[in-house]
Every structure is written in structure tokens, then in C-alpha cells.
Design a protein around this ligand. Structure first.
Ligand code: ADP
Length: 384
């Protein structure tokens, strides 16, 4: 049952940059693709065959969109998972499966899943409300410092807060939550797994997130990670175990903590293309996006190894700039060898909005890292 140059269709929930980059592969292979997004100007609108404007969290909208496609996938996990479960019952192939999305949408369920499957993760306790958490603190069952995490979807750090005092506890949102031990982090690393319909699995080499020394923001993603062979082996083993436990189809980005004691603990996962895998477009034999499409179509998976080292820098809106976007100094960075910019096509910039990314490839990782710094200092995302 071919998808190449036929009317068979892949539907993607979400039309952001991740959706747009998936479309490079579907266009290359002439595969019909439909996109659903609430924003009429979504970056992926230009590369799909049919663009539908609608709310990803609305049950009926997702059902109506999904029944017109053969395979349904996501590029964002904030989608109506009950609609996906219904579509599965109706015979639509939903990858990742509805139950995987349901588990990862809830941070507390996700942590319980790791515990149940003997997957190493930071110790935690669950609470039905902030009152219950405060009570546990008062009784000495939870002690400062700890990390508060809201059960429901956070994004880029919202819904996560380090709590050092009773005063800090007053600043968090209501609702079910967990108290997680504060991990003594040596490095944050990630392993992207991919699993096809028939269960073939590949793992990408670990990447390393390098944080800005003062602002708590990932500044560079380095591939491969600067870790020992022993740590790499351990990270791969843990990621593989996570992938086997979920039995997902498609990509699974596994975020890991390397602790100061040399342990590898799972933080959380995303069953979709991930920012930490953007480097793979230029630096790997098979990009994460192509790999995802291969997995959904149950094709042989591609080689996940690096051809070359890669460092990725997110291109975010400059502080104090809001309005129609202008990319300043593009011509300067393009004069440097190995610099590969990606512009997502968002017309308006806002402070720290992800507008694009730049991958720097080089045979030598340290050289790529130095060029990345130069690129970051040169390019500016501003409004004129
Ligand atoms: P989000 O889903 O919003 O991205 P995460 O759970 O990934 O939230 O947490 C965001 C960041 O907070 C992590 O990348 C890490 O730097 C820090 N963090 C999360 N959990 C812990 C922990 N238990 N101990 C120390 N730092 C943590």
C-alpha cells in the first residue's frame, strides 16, 4: 500500500516549524499531507496539500480532520487525545498512539509510568492539590528544596518551579502536582529514538544541551554530546528501555539528566520531532523528520549516525522587539562555512519567540561550537 504519488494521506496535528520540517520529506517523496492548525498563518501551511484551520484541543475538529486521512501524527502534544482514541477505533492509524499521548500529556502519569517500568527517574511524590502538598511539607514528608511540577501540560519550563521555602509555595498554580527531588545535574542530554510500526528501532547518538551561564535557557545543542563512552552507553540503554516500555510508533525524544554521581535519569519524553534533533537535518545520514515518516509508513529506518558534528542555535526574537520580523546580518553568517539557517516563516517577532534555528556543521565539534558562538553574536531577530 504505497503512499508515494498516490491519494493516500498523512495528517499532521499542528502546523508549526516541526510540521513544516516534516513536509520537506513528504514533498521530496510526493506524499499527500494535510495539516490542522488554529493559526491561518502557521509555518507549515505552505508545504502541505490541504490546510485546515481549527482547534487541536477540540474533539469534533480533530475527529473531522482525522477521518479524512490514512495516518494521523502530531507535531505538538497539546491535542485532544480522546478524539485520537476514537479515530483509532474507527481504523485510522494514529502514530504516536492515543495511549502514549495520554500518558505524556500528564506529568504525574508519566512519572508513574517510569516507576512502574523500572526506569530510572528522580524520586517524586504526587499530590491532588497544592493544599495536600503544603500539608505534606508541614508534616515534614517533603523537604526543601524540591521541584514542583504541575500535572497538566507545561511548556518550556512553565509549570515547573524550584521550591526553596514556604514563600515559594505561594507562587505556584493550583491543581494536581508532584514534588520531585532537586537533581544535582552534571549535564542535560537527550537521545532521540525512533520505532517503526513493525517494531524496528534506532537510536540517535546523545546530544548535549549547553545552558546559558546566567539565563536558564538552552543556548546550544551539541551533537554528539561531550560525554564518556560509558555514559553514552548508559544513556542509550536507558533511552532504549523507555522506547520499549512505550511501544510508540514514530520518534520519541528522551530528555535525560546526567547526575553529578554519574547516574542517568529520565526527565520526560516527547513522542514527536524535537528541537534537540534539528541538527540531524544537516549532520546526520537520516534527519529526525525523514525518520519519523519512515516509521509511520513502516519503511526500513535510516542510519541515525552523524556524518559530521553539528551544533544548533535557536534563533529567538531579540528582547524589546515586537512586530514584523527582520533578520539582521544574515549575509554575514552565510559567509561562514558550514552555517545552515532555517527560518520558520513566522511574520511577527516577539521577545524570545522561536523564529528559526541555525545548525553549524564541521568535522570538529569544538570548531562548530566556536562558530556557533560567533553566529549567535552576529545574527539578530528584530523588528524594523
Ligand atoms: P518542561 O516540560 O516545561 O520543559 P521540564 O520538566 O523539562 O519542563 O523541566 C524544565 C527544566 O527544569 C529542565 O530542563 C531542567 O533544567 C529543570 N529541572 C526539571 N526537573 C528538575 C529536577 N528534578 N531537578 C533539577 N532541575 C530540574
Amino acid at each position: 500500500m504505497g503512499y508515494f504519488s498516490t491519494t493516500r494521506t498523512i495528517g499532521i496535528l499542528g502546523g508549526g516549524q516541526l510540521g513544516k520540517m516534516l513536509l520537506n520529506t513528504t514533498r521530496q517523496w510526493d506524499i499527500q499531507t494535510h495539516i490542522l492548525d488554529s493559526n491561518a498563518q502557521a509555518p507549515a501551511r505552505i508545504g502541505c496539500n490541504t490546510f485546515v484551520q481549527g482547534d487541536l484541543m477540540d474533539y469534533q475538529t480533530v475527529v473531522d480532520f482525522g477521518k479524512n486521512v490514512d495516518i494521523l501524527t502530531i507535531e505538538i502534544e497539546n491535542v485532544n487525545a480522546s478524539a485520537l482514541a476514537h479515530l483509532e477505533e474507527q481504523g485510522v492509524r494514529v502514530y504516536p498512539q492515543a495511549n502514549v499521548i495520554q500518558t505524556i500529556q500528564n506529568k504525574c502519569l508519566q512519572k508513574e509510568f517510569y516507576k512502574k517500568n523500572n526506569i530510572p527517574t528522580a524520586p517524586f511524590q504526587l499530590f491532588k492539590s497544592i493544599e495536600a502538598l503544603k500539608d505534606a511539607v508541614a508534616r515534614g514528608w517533603v523537604s526543601f528544596p524540591f521541584v514542583w511540577k504541575s500535572e497538566s501540560m507545561g511548556y518550556d519550563g512553565y509549570g515547573v518551579k524550584i521550591i526553596r521555602s514556604n514563600q515559594d509555595l505561594e507562587t505556584v498554580n493550583e491543581g494536581p502536582c508532584m514534588a520531585e527531588d532537586l537533581v544535582n545535574i552534571e549535564k542535560e542530554i537527550g537521545v532521540i529514538m525512533c520505532r517503526s510500526v513493525s517494531g524496528e528501532t534506532v537510536n540517535y547518538p546523545s546530544v548535549e544541551m549547553e545552558f546559558h551561564p546566567t539565563a536558564n535557557q538552552v543556548e546550544y545543542v551539541l551533537s554528539p554530546a561531550r560525554i564518556s563512552k560509558t555514559v553514552e552507553k548508559k544513556a542509550q540503554e536507558v533511552a532504549r528501555k523507555v522506547s520499549q516500555a512505550y511501544q510508540h510508533v514514530g520518534l520519541l525524544a528522551v530528555e535525560l539528566f546526567l547526575t553529578k554521581e554519574g547516574e542517568i535519569w529520565v526527565n520526560e519524553v516527547a513522542p514527536r520531532p524535537h528541537n534537540s534533533g534539528h541538527y540531524s537535518i544537516e549532520a546526520s545520514y537520516t534527519s529526525q523528520f525523514e525518520q519519523h515518516i519512515r516509521a509511520l509508513l513502516d519503511l526500513p529506518l535510516g542510519n541515525p549516525e552523524n556524518k559530521v558534528s553539528g551544533v544548533m542555535v535557536n534563533l529567538v526574537g531579540a528582547p524589546n522587539h515586537k512586530g514584523p520580523v527582520h533578520y539582521k546580518n544574515m549575509e554575514h553568517i552565510l559567509a561562514i562555512e558550514g552555517v545552515c539557517p532555517h527560518i520558520y516563516g513566522k511574520k511577527e517577532t516577539r521577545p524570545f519567540r522561536k523564529m528559526g534555528h541555525i545548525t553549524i556543521v564541521n568535522k570538529d565539534l569544538e570548531t562548530a561550537r566556536q562558530i556557533a558562538e560567533q553566529v549567535k553574536e552576529t545574527i539578530e531577530v528584530i523588528s524594523k
